[in-house]
Write a protein that binds this ligand. Structure first.
Ligand code: TXA
Ligand code: MG
Length: 371
């Protein structure tokens, strides 16, 4: 399949271009488009065979449900069974914007969209191109992030081309996305609101409007019986091909640990990258300083992951940041991308290595012995 790429002015999109893309959506095919968070790959949410194409193009497991994107609040009534009172203020304050809300679904939403769940995740994006596309398509658009499953979400059209060229009909190139990590997902379908994925709208912002917000333990990487409530979060994703080692602890100790590890891996002939939020004088094969402003870190995070891959970096050393504000979303993505976490480097005696579930026992013991 030939993928058509259209460059669209993000501030003033040409209606004729958006209409071309909308026609493709109506015909049951796939279009990638920018949102304020990351690029999405869209299909008519009410057409099961169109939605199936998304799962095939991405290689996405069928139990990982999709977000349905709307442009008009009137669409909500059609897609959901019940709009809880708690959602009124949240919608009023954060839509359009980077917040996805989980509701009880109506019968009109095909099962394939929700991975068989009786709930549906809905979001109203702020990005002009996304908004116009939904309006012109005349249907809600189901859209996951436009990456191959497991890869970092795309924040530029080039990232989408790298992953999905030849697998989808069109890409609307509206330039780099602003926020850089995905929307926050909050479940309002039960009595207590529950944060399922931290993102563009912060936990603190939600607490101001909702009061008590439960936090799904999977956000902190904890194993839980209720993983099914947040199906997407159980998958290890956002990862570059390079192995990320996340180093936790105070600044000076972390910097020292980074220098030690750079030396250690260099001696093994590996290419080392540093993803740095603080100035660090250690020389590596590629250091990406993405600043210590959390919004800037968020907007550069996934881009940096892909840049390390382009430079064939084997190991990326990254450090933790505060989990306040958008920091919670950043740390969640870094934690999920991490191959290993080196914890408590503050203590000279204790060095824990926590490996991801896919890491083999042999690898675990090897690294533990070496470090
Ligand atoms: O910013 C975003 O949200 C981007 C843009 C394109 O809108 N989309 C995105 O979609 O990140 P995706 O598919 O990559 O992530 C959707 C997340 C997954 O973690 C999924 O499990 C969760 O939303 N989700 C979808 N429907 C759900 C439901 N009914 N209940 C609980 N979680 C749900
Ligand atoms: Mg995704």
């Amino acid at each position: 399949m030939q993928t058509k790429i259209l460059k669209v002015n993000p501030k003033n999109p040409k209606l004729s271009q958006i209409r071309q893309a909308a026609k493709i959506i109506r015909s049951g095919k796939l279009v990638a488009f920018p949102t304020e968070t990351v690029y999405g790959i869209g299909a008519n949410a009410l057409d099961p065979s169109a939605v199936k194409r998304i799962f095939v193009a991405k290689g996405r497991p069928s139990d990982n449900p999709l977000i349905v994107h709307i442009s008009d609040i009137a669409d909500l009534g059609i897609l959901v069974d019940h709009i809880p009172e708690s959602s009124f203020d949240v919608i009023d304050k954060f839509w359009p914007g980077p917040l996805t809300i989980v509701f009880k679904k109506s019968k009109i939403v095909p099962k394939i969209v929700t991975g068989g769940l009786d709930t549906v995740a809905i979001r109203m994006p702020k990005n002009k191109i996304a908004n116009m596309l939904i309006v012109e398509a005349g249907t809600p658009i189901a859209a996951p992030s436009a990456n191959i499953a497991g890869r970092p979400s795309p924040t530029t059209a080039k990232h989408v081309i790298d992953d999905l060229s030849g697998r989808i009909s069109m890409i609307l190139d509206g330039g780099p996305t602003k926020i850089g990590i995905e929307s926050t997902v909050i479940d309002l379908s039960r009595n207590t609101p529950m944060l399922l994925r931290p993102g563009g709208i912060t936990l603190e912002q939600l607490q101001k409007v909702l009061g008590k917000v439960a936090i799904h333990p999977i956000i902190y990487g904890k194993k839980t019986k209720s993983a099914h409530r947040s199906p997407g979060m159980k998958y290890r994703h956002y990862s570059p091909r390079a192995k990320i080692i996340l180093i936790q602890g105070t600044k000076s100790k972390v910097n020292k640990k980074i220098s030690q590890l750079v030396q250690y891996y260099k001696n093994q002939g590996l290419h080392i990258g540093i993803l740095s939020m603080e100035k660090n004088s250690t020389k590596s094969d590629m250091t990406r300083f993405i600043g210590n402003n959390p919004n800037r870190i968020a907007s550069n995070l996934f881009k940096s992951f892909r840049e390390f891959d382009d430079r064939k970096i084997d190991i990326v050393l990254a450090q933790e940041i505060s989990q306040k504000g958008i920091g919670l979303g950043i740390m969640n993505r870094l934690g999920k991308a991490a191959y290993k976490k080196v914890q408590r480097v503050d203590s000279p005696l204790v060095l824990f290595l926590v490996c991801c579930p896919t890491c083999s026992t042999a690898e675990k013991s090897l690294k533990i012995t070496h470090l």
